[in-house]
Design a protein around this ligand. Structure first.
Ligand code: IMP
Length: 202
């Protein structure tokens, strides 16, 4: 019997690799947008991670008639009223280097001390089913914005988020550790559990 298809609404091969690692033991065929031959430019105009993930998953599900997963993620800095949040990629402009974005955040937090520097990475995964049903799961990595950028692993805001439990920023973690504790990893694990309950492979 042909396996059930699930499309993950991303063109990012790095994400696909992580997704395949975590969801690999579900009895389904996992396809990226590229694998599925889909070119779609969907406007992420939601104001929450849940909204944006659902917008993407629903749009591709309606386009293909297949079950679709999509994610949305970002950094919430409590001292900045949870900014950049859903605007993490667009903060100060999409093409602005992260060295500049990170310096701006450090500068805005120059008077913040201790717990005032609390922040987190958030990832929401949405699953859209052809019958119109949508479910979401959320994963976070809690930490503090460090006093300076640290670490050259990872990407984006990784050098900023100090995780007390591990005594380092996510930018200092080796990729294996980061994947194990990451917001995306946690949201994907929860989605895997939910999909198990939904019995999606039948
Ligand atoms: P997207 O969900 O892939 O569009 O990611 C949104 C943005 O959030 C990224 O461009 C980064 O700025 C930020 N972000 C999300 N996850 C991480 C992470 O694990 N490390 C660093 N930055 C992240």
């Amino acid at each position: 019997m042909e396996k059930k298809k699930i499309i993950f609404a991303t063109t990012n091969e790095g994400k696909m690799k992580e997704i395949r690692m975590i969801l690999g033991d579900l009895d389904v065929e996992l396809l990226s947008l590229k694998d599925a031959g889909i070119q779609a430019d969907i406007e992420e105009n939601g104001t929450t991670f849940e909204e944006n993930a659902m917008i993407k998953a629903k749009a591709i599900c309606e386009l293909t008639g297949e079950m679709v997963l999509a994610d949305d993620s970002g950094l919430e800095v409590d001292y900045m009223d949870k900014a950049p949040g859903v605007y993490s990629a667009r903060f100060m402009g999409e093409d602005t280097p992260y060295s500049v974005k990170n310096k701006e955040i450090l500068d805005r937090l120059k008077d913040a001390v201790g717990e005032e520097r609390s922040a987190r990475f958030v990832c929401v995964i949405a699953a859209a089913f052809p019958d119109g049903k949508v479910i979401t799961t959320r994963g976070t990595v809690e930490g503090l914005i460090g006093m300076e950028e640290k670490g050259t692993n990872g990407f984006g805001y990784d050098p900023l988020l100090y995780v007390p439990e591990y005594g380092m920023t996510t930018g200092e973690m080796d990729p294996e550790l980061k994947n194990k504790i990451s917001h995306r990893g946690k949201a994907l694990e929860l989605m895997k559990e939910r999909l198990g309950y939904e019995n999606i492979s039948h």
